[in-house]
Each structure stands twice: as C-alpha cells, then as structure tokens.
Design a protein around this ligand. Structure first.
Ligand SMILES: C[S@@+](CC[C@H](N)C(=O)[O-])C[C@H]1O[C@@H](n2cnc3c(N)ncnc32)[C@H](O)[C@@H]1O
Length: 186
C-alpha cells in the first residue's frame, strides 16, 4: 500500500484508524523533543477568544488553547475522525477543560454558527483537503469579520498553499512566516 494512501485513506480525508493511532504516537514523541509552546505563543490567542482548532487530531494543543482563552473563552476542537473526538473527550475529562467542545464534522459542513471564531487554526492538515475551496469557504463562514485564520502548508509547498487560498477568493494573506500564514476574511 502506498504511504499516502495509508495515511490519508481513499475516501474524503478520513484516515484509517491504524494510521490515526500511529500519528498520535508520533506526535507524542515529537512533542517531547520539540515542545510547541513557542509556536503557540506566536498565534495571538487572547483571553476571552473563541478558538476553532480545525482538524485538531488527537488534540495536542487543546489544553494550552483552553488555558489561554480562559473561563470567558471557548475552544471548538473539530475533526472528521471519530478517534480524534474520542481523544479530545478524554483530554477534556483528564484536564477538566470546561470551555472545550469537540465537534465531529462531516465533509465540510461544520456545526458551528456563522461568525463565531476569533481565531481559526488549520494546522498540519491543509494538504489532506481534497476540495480546498469548499473547505476555506466553510472556515470563512465561521470566522468573525474581525477574526483571523492561521493555516500552515502541512505536507505541500507554500506555492500550492497560497494558490489554494487565492482560488477561494475569501481570504487575504496578511502575514507570511516560515511556519504559517495569517489570513483575514475578505
Ligand atoms: C496530521 S493531523 C494534524 C492534527 C493537529 N492539527 C496537529 O497539528 O497536531 C490532521 C488531522 O486533520 C483531520 N482532517 C483531515 N481532513 C479533515 C476535514 N475535512 N475536516 C476536519 N478534519 C480533517 C484528520 O482527521 C487529522 O486528525
């Protein structure tokens, strides 16, 4: 089986369970050696924010996001994979994260109201998206007019990422750094 097929599965973006479990273990090991604190501090999360972690995977960032937004804020942990939602639920219980809501998404239709998020994060997942225009428009729908999107390339080139963002005609790239792009809604 080709590696890409194993990691991404054949239909939509739902990975096979084995691949999801393997990925979760790899993330745990990576986070031991390369803690993500510094990266998160550049994300601009403020107390009281509503944050959407879109494609949250096993939820490695949610505890930190939850503490940063505080009691008055909210974190939506969104994923297309049931195992991601299970993992997020376990973290909510373990760390008593009362401001985190797991959201299982079907395709690109997400059960989050229009103009909800101050900050939307799509990290290490954009390369998995088969219909980037629909995906980016859905993120746009749930973002506040003065909110922003932080998106990274995942396993694709920066050129590809920027082309897909341009094709969506709904995001403006306002900042570009090596790790990610910051976009505001058009
Ligand atoms: C490589 S993981 C990254 C997880 C997390 N963002 C991180 O950086 O640790 C990619 C995640 O995106 C999810 N995903 C892929 N396509 C998706 C979609 N259309 N909607 C929601 N989640 C999706 C996958 O199920 C997987 O959990």
């Amino acid at each position: 089986m080709r590696l890409k097929q194993f990691l991404c599965g054949n239909e939509m973006e739902r990975m096979p369970n084995m691949a999801f479990k393997a990925m979760s273990i790899i993330f745990k090991i990576m986070d031991l050696f390369y803690p993500f604190e510094r990266r998160i501090s550049s994300f601009g999360i403020k107390e009281g924010f509503t944050v959407v972690d879109y494609g949250c995977g096993p939820g490695r960032y949610i505890e930190r996001f939850s503490r940063l937004v505080g009691e008055g804020g909210k974190v939506y942990a969104v994923d297309i994979h049931e195992l991601a939602i299970e993992s997020v639920k376990k973290k909510i219980e373990k760390y008593n994260l009362q401001n985190v809501d797991p959201v299982l998404v079907d395709g690109y239709l997400c059960d989050i109201n229009d103009h909800t998020g101050d900050a939307i994060y799509a990290l290490d997942m954009f390369h998995m998206i088969k219909d980037p225009v629909s995906f980016l428009r859905e993120l746009h729908r749930m973002t506040k007019t003065d909110g922003f999107l932080i998106i990274d390339d995942g396993h694709q080139s920066r050129k590809e990422t920027k082309q897909k963002i341009a094709n969506s005609t709904c995001w403006h790239i306002v900042e570009e750094t090596k790790p990610h792009l910051r976009c505001t809604p058009l």
